[in-house]
Design a protein around this ligand. Structure first.
Ligand code: NAP
Length: 301
């Protein structure tokens, strides 16, 4: 099978509440320009629209976005709306609220609980929707998320949001949120070269409870918002060679092997990378390879 014929269900599906998604999705943050956020050259609009069309053709039905994903000339939500509306019934668009950027793109103070309705409505307007499929509360260093999550739970009760998730959290935040409303996904930084015991515990708890765990920066690794890491360990390169795939595909495949509840949302504005990332769902790592890669990660900070 060539990469072009592998579709987003190659690693199976998972349920976000009552919504079924293929385990390979797409992160929309990289559709807006050469660097994350407004610093950098805005993307070619037609290319980003083409990536979205192609993603859907490859079976991607889980797209992660945010109103604060914009560069000087591009908005991830606008691109999604223009490319994909009217939306197919099985397409799940997940957005996140909490962080805030002003019109010039500078980060503002994070949202207060009573700001969140406005943030949700901004996403509804930009995406052209009457309700949002899933909204993640992105924790912004606050100790307790109860008030913010409570505000989103009210919007869910009001029918503006179907399901809720949380992001950037520790296990205690999951328990805190669950005491208020059901949580269908947790989105944390997670990858071969990041090792945070609290996130490992969240991964485990999510698996136990049937909650999706959705890593970000799995490809970018240490480089984070700057782009894909080029610092690949020899172990990763060896596994990549053995499968005839790229290091980025190994990084994605490794996350998917952490449990059936792990969903991938690699971010790209590059059509070739999109095909590669979707095809990563078909990479089956051996137990020996997993042991090697897991060992590598134990050394990571
Ligand atoms: N909850 C949160 O706080 C949070 C934070 C950050 C991101 N996110 C979400 O998570 C998604 C994933 O994170 P991310 O996009 O920042 O990072 P990522 O998926 O780990 O990596 C994206 C970077 O890697 C490059 N890339 C992607 N596929 C590649 C491939 N096959 N080969 C080589 N390079 C490749 C991309 O550049 P090209 O465009 O050139 O492919 C981009 O620079 C985001 O898009 C966003 O939706 C959430």
């Amino acid at each position: 099978m060539t990469s072009e014929t592998i579709t987003a269900d190659a690693a199976g599906t998972w349920k976000l509440g009552d919504l079924t998604v293929n385990r390979i999705g797409l992160g929309a943050m990289r559709l807006t320009g050469s660097a994350a956020f407004h610093h950098g050259t805005p993307s070619d609009r037609e290319r980003s629209i083409a990536v979205l069309h192609q993603a859907v053709e490859l079976g991607v039905n889980h797209i992660d976005t945010a109103a604060f994903y914009f560069s000087a000339l591009r908005s991830a939500n606008e691109l999604i709306n223009s490319a994909l509306s009217p939306y197919a019934d099985d397409l799940i668009v997940v957005t996140k609220v909490g962080p805030y950027r002003d019109y010039s793109g500078e980060w503002g103070t994070s949202a207060r609980p009573d700001d969140l309705r406005g943030h949700v409505e901004e996403n509804l307007r930009q995406l052209g929707r009457d309700h949002l499929d899933v909204v993640n509360l992105r924790r912004m260093r606050q100790d307790s998320i109860a008030e913010h999550f409570g505000a989103l739970a009210e919007l869910r009760e009001a029918g503006l949001i179907r399901h809720l998730g949380i992001s950037g959290v520790e296990p205690r935040h999951l328990a805190e949120a669950q005491a208020i409303a059901p949580v269908v996904c947790v989105q944390n930084r997670f990858g071969l070269d990041t090792h945070d015991p609290a996130t490992d515990e969240i991964l485990r708890l999510c698996g136990e409870q049937g909650i999706a765990f959705v890593p970000f920066y799995a490809v970018a690794g240490e480089a984070g918002p700057q782009g894909a890491t080029t610092a690949h360990d020899e172990e990763v390169l060896t596994v990549a060679r053995a499968h005839g795939v790229s290091p980025a595909q190994v990084r994605i495949a490794w996350t998917l092997h952490q449990g059936p509840h792990v969903l991938a949302i690699p971010g790209t504005g590059n059509p070739d990378h999109l095909v590669e990332n979707v095809a990563a769902g078909a990479v089956r790592l051996t137990d020996e390879e997993l042991t090697t890669l897991n060992g590598l990660r134990q050394k990571a900070g």
